[in-house]
Design a protein around this ligand. Sequence first.
Ligand code: FES
Ligand SMILES: [Fe+2]
Length: 445
Amino acid sequence: MGTTPKYIVIDSASGKIDRRIFSEQAVYDDEMEKIFGRAWLMIGHESLVPAADDFLHTYMGEDPVILTRDEHGRLHALLNMCRHRGNRVCRVDDGNAKRFMCSYHGWTYHNDGTLEYVPGESEAYYGALDKPSHGLIAARTETYAGIVFATWAKDAPSLETYLGDARWYLDTVFNRRDGGMQALGPMKWIEPVNWKTLVDNCSDNYHVPTSHLASARVQTRWLGRPALSHEDQFASPNRHAFVNGHSITFRDADDNLPRYVHGVSKETFGLFQEYHEATIPEVERRLGTFRARRVQLGNHSLFPNGILGLRLALPRGPLKTEFWHFVLVDRDAPEELKRVIRIGSQANNGAAGMFEQDDVDNWRQVTDASTSRFGRQHPQDLSMGLGHAGPHPDYPGLVSERYISENNQRLFYRRWEEFMNAESWAQIPLDPITARFDGTATMRR
Ligand code: FES
Ligand SMILES: [Fe+2]
């Protein structure tokens, strides 16, 4: 007889979900260990540390981590905690350094994590300190198409297995060009929300014509964007797919039109069209005809906290999230196009982005509702589209029948339960890789 799992928060038959997981400190503490201590976490992008000895200060959950590139070009994710008493050995956001010196007593580490120098090693320590075992704590790192991931779990599967068939969709944005992508940013801010509210929102297209109506009307009027309507959304051929905790929404793209990204407007459309036509043969070689011409990744989240490209929802307590917003652009795109995408992205999803502000208001209220002593006894309802998802002949993963569905959200919380109830990675199920990855693109690029 197995023991009863500690966390049963979503009812599969009704789609009801326990609100307390958005506010309770004890749940949050378990999340830090069972989810953020185990999963592959997005921590940065290779383009942010392009040269030898470059570094970027980032986070794995709440833990401060230095992403470094050593003189041999290898990447390291190092816990920013001196092995002596624990001071941070790096106090800046980024830079170029061969070594990090702790400003408490001066222990000095090489940028691969090795403890190189200890003041008074022979005089004060009598030569008895075992330096090799006192290097900075290193996480495992791997990259996908230039995006750097790290995990504390020695028993975690490879990143390729972890992403699984989700990569089939991710490639359509992150792995399009031979030259890869370039990350700009980040812009950082803090939101009074539980980190899961914004992750599950990535598959919520239902809110768009309601929450974003005013913002969308402005964009329709001034930028020439299509008007939003529920009718269009319900009739949309686009879909959702779910793989290993990763929630994908994707568009049934038109061969002959540029991919939709922030920055497309009636003024800039020609620029995007020209770029699309100039690059489509390369993209087709890399991704095969179907993915290059007919599939475009839309809003998505990578379990647990990577959302919409390279944006990180960094937990800072049950009721607070630090948000990091990078903009990813094709490295070899014309500078003018990069500029237009950067500005368009900020206008939509930056700290002052019109859509972002609509969204934050929702997430804040969802979080607040979970703190209501009486209200939180009544669960959230995620029943939309129950029983209307399954395998699809053309698209990998568990695919929703319709674009507007809460299938991905339900499965996100199911994945959350799997992580929270597991003793080790051996108990966390992984979907086998079954997609056909046509074209030359690989995990590394
Ligand atoms: S705490 Fe870092 S050298 Fe003492
Ligand atoms: Fe939104």
